[in-house]
Design a protein around this ligand. Structure first.
Ligand code: MF3
Ligand code: CO
Length: 290
């Protein structure tokens, strides 16, 4: 790596001199690297201006999810949710990030019951009383990306499904307690995994969270079955999602061969997921989108 002089402009494009910006930060990073830690590249450390842009994107992302929350109910199709996401996102001058992303055909992912994630909205999927559904909204606004998802219970839902949804939501708070600068992503991953296990559930291993902000999916890949003290070091300016997929039964999953996207639980039991977007700050974290 190229060594910056103390009076050079910082690599983060803040316009400040290196010595007044990320110079001591880099020394600390190098120290962790020497001790064998996985450290983030400069590319995924956001400066104040980028963070502000990403915050604006998150506002649109949250507003779209709020819009869905007010309307979702028994009898509507997931295609209708897709239309609402498209209309509300574009009305707010955003772009739905999933649309045409690696060939994804719709503006949002809708995953019902035993669908784990990446469900494709369809006029044939009509929400029924007792269903649980994840609506995963990802937004591009002024070039910045945001990503969060919520679960909805349709009408009266069984106690066991309600508990799955509630425990999965609580797992985010458990994970968040571990988000701090100079901690490890594995601290968060293990906390979530332990909490899910204590509640009799399993956590999906193959699909995780991700860095986000300047692109839809950036480094790091984020596991929720990782171990304390492992995985990437968390540092101020890093932004990633916490989005565990928690299964009522086994953690085994498969992808629909016909559509190439929808992920299901192998045993047909329900799965739940909530997703938030988190910024690591100087003294902890900020929830940017939820
Ligand atoms: N929103 C998903 C995530 O949390 C990604 C969906 S990719 C798509 O990472 F193409 F299916 F939209
Ligand atoms: Co995500």
């Amino acid at each position: 790596m190229f060594k910056l002089g103390r009076n050079d402009l910082c690599w983060c494009q803040s316009g400040r001199k290196y010595k007044k910006c990320h110079s001591s930060f880099d020394s600390r990073l190098e120290e962790y690297a020497r001790r064998g830690a996985v450290i983030p590249s400069h590319r995924i450390i956001k400066n104040a201006e980028q963070i502000e842009g990403i915050r604006e994107s998150c506002k649109v992302n949250i507003a779209v999810l709020d819009y869905i929350s007010e309307r979702i109910k028994e009898g509507i199709s997931t295609e209708e949710i897709d239309r609402w996401v498209y209309e509300q996102t574009t009305r707010l001058h955003g772009i739905p990030a999933p649309l045409n992303y690696e060939g994804f055909p719709k503006s949002v992912c809708t995953s019902v019951n035993d669908q784990v994630c990446h469900g494709i909205p369809s006029p044939d999927v009509i929400l029924q009383e007792g269903d649980i559904i994840n609506v995963d909204v990802s937004t591009i606004y002024n070039g910045y990306f945001s990503d969060s998802s919520r679960m909805f219970c349709i009408g009266q839902v069984s106690e066991e499904k309600k508990r799955l949804v509630e425990v999965t939501r609580q797992s985010l708070d458990i994970g968040l307690q571990q988000v701090r600068p100079w901690g490890f992503l594995g601290d968060m991953g293990q906390a979530i995994h332990d909490f899910a296990k204590q509640n009799g559930y399993t956590v999906v291993k193959e699909i995780g969270g991700h860095g986000v902000g300047l692109e839809f999916h950036e480094d790091p890949w984020v596991s929720y079955v990782s171990r304390q003290g492992t995985e990437m070091l968390m540092v101020p300016g890093m932004i990633f999602t916490i989005e565990p997929m928690i299964n009522m039964g086994s953690d085994e999953i498969f992808t629909d061969e016909e559509d190439g996207w929808t992920v299901y639980t192998a045993d047909g039991k329900p799965s739940a997921q909530w997703e938030i977007q988190v910024l690591v700050t100087e003294d902890g974290y900020e929830i940017m989108s939820y």
